[in-house]
Design a protein around this ligand. Sequence first.
Ligand SMILES: NC(=O)c1ccc[n+]([C@@H]2O[C@H](COP(=O)([O-])OP(=O)(O)OC[C@H]3O[C@@H](n4cnc5c(N)ncnc54)[C@H](O)[C@@H]3O)[C@@H](O)[C@H]2O)c1
Ligand SMILES: O=P(O)(O)OC[C@@H](O)CO
Ligand SMILES: [Zn+2]
Length: 352
Amino acid sequence: MFDKSTWIRLPRNVVIGHGVLGQTLDAVEELHLSGRPLVVSSPTPHAVAGEKVVDQFAAAGYDPAEIVIEEASFDAVQRVIAHAEDADAGFAIGVGGGKAIDITKMAADDLGLGFVSVPTAASHDGIVSGRGSVPEGDTRHSVAAEPPLAVVADTEILAEAPWRLTTAGCADIISNYTAVRDWELAHRLKNVPYSEYAGALSQMTAEMLVENADSIKRNLEESSWIVVKALVSSGVAMSIAGSSRPASGAEHLFSHQLDRIAPGAALHGHQVGVGAIMTEYLHSGPNGRWRDVRDALGALGAPTTAEDLGIDRETVIEALTTAHEIRDRYTILGDGMSEEAAIEAATVTGVV
Ligand SMILES: NC(=O)c1ccc[n+]([C@@H]2O[C@H](COP(=O)([O-])OP(=O)(O)OC[C@H]3O[C@@H](n4cnc5c(N)ncnc54)[C@H](O)[C@@H]3O)[C@@H](O)[C@H]2O)c1
Ligand SMILES: O=P(O)(O)OC[C@@H](O)CO
Ligand SMILES: [Zn+2]
């Protein structure tokens, strides 16, 4: 008997465009959510968009509650849960970058509340995904979380955000190349479940972004449009897979390890991009496609070296040699790189 089953949870309303923040209320009302909204954001996104979302719902008679969180941590998730319970919230709206959105979707999952995603930066592909990513001690948890029922991505806001946030989003997408390679490898070597659809969608998303690289330019709102659509598409690939595998391989392990060793050094997307140059080298060798990955990142204005990231050579080598310890996810790093091999990979690729 065929007894497989799977749930693919996708957003119902994806609203992207100039000035669409003003349609957040419409996007929510169309979902027939009831009760009090809780608007969760971090300081800058609160000022940029969170307050406007609160005002919009207040004007419509909703009595919105709000909370501003400072960091992505399990403590922050607990604070949001407590605040939502105190406020008797009926649904949660996450407004911000990857951290605020992750915290909101994790709290919403715990409380069984509907979640709406309002990105203020095109910096990460967690905008749509049903995953939350939070560090804890020496490890990084990628946990199932409430996927958004609606996404409201205002390209005017995304375009006004610092340009480096957009280039970070581009790099998070370009890292899909190596993430898919790692996933295929884990499938072949360790029998890890693999989804052809999710793998193909993730890879195609990276290819389309690179093909459109000439149209991704600072001060051009269309750039935000192209990048956010790619971020949505990558999040859909994660939803189809039911894991972050299509978008997170060894290059993400490298970045998560950097977050521990050199917290706050660089943006998530920029770190995974530099990681992808080196892990592509590990996959395909000195004459392989690592130059294509590096050139695509460079063309989009994303970092390609340790210096660009603001980290030193020792930090890169330490992160490379210990990245496999971050979580139980088989990648090209296998059971770990030797120091000599890490120096070779980082040097040949020009990262250090
Ligand atoms: N759940 C997933 O599937 C997934 C996917 C990718 C990344 N992530 C996670 O997301 C995080 C990275 O996201 P991030 O790079 O957005 O980090 P972030 O949320 O810390 O945002 C980066 C900075 O941008 C600022 N910012 C956001 N919007 C702004 C705006 N309009 N104007 C000015 N400043 C603005 C924020 O205040 C913050 O200082 C990491 O924790 C990563 O693990 C999760
Ligand atoms: O599960 P992780 O490794 O946090 O990856 C999620 C996301 O960053 C993929 O782009
Ligand atoms: Zn990522």
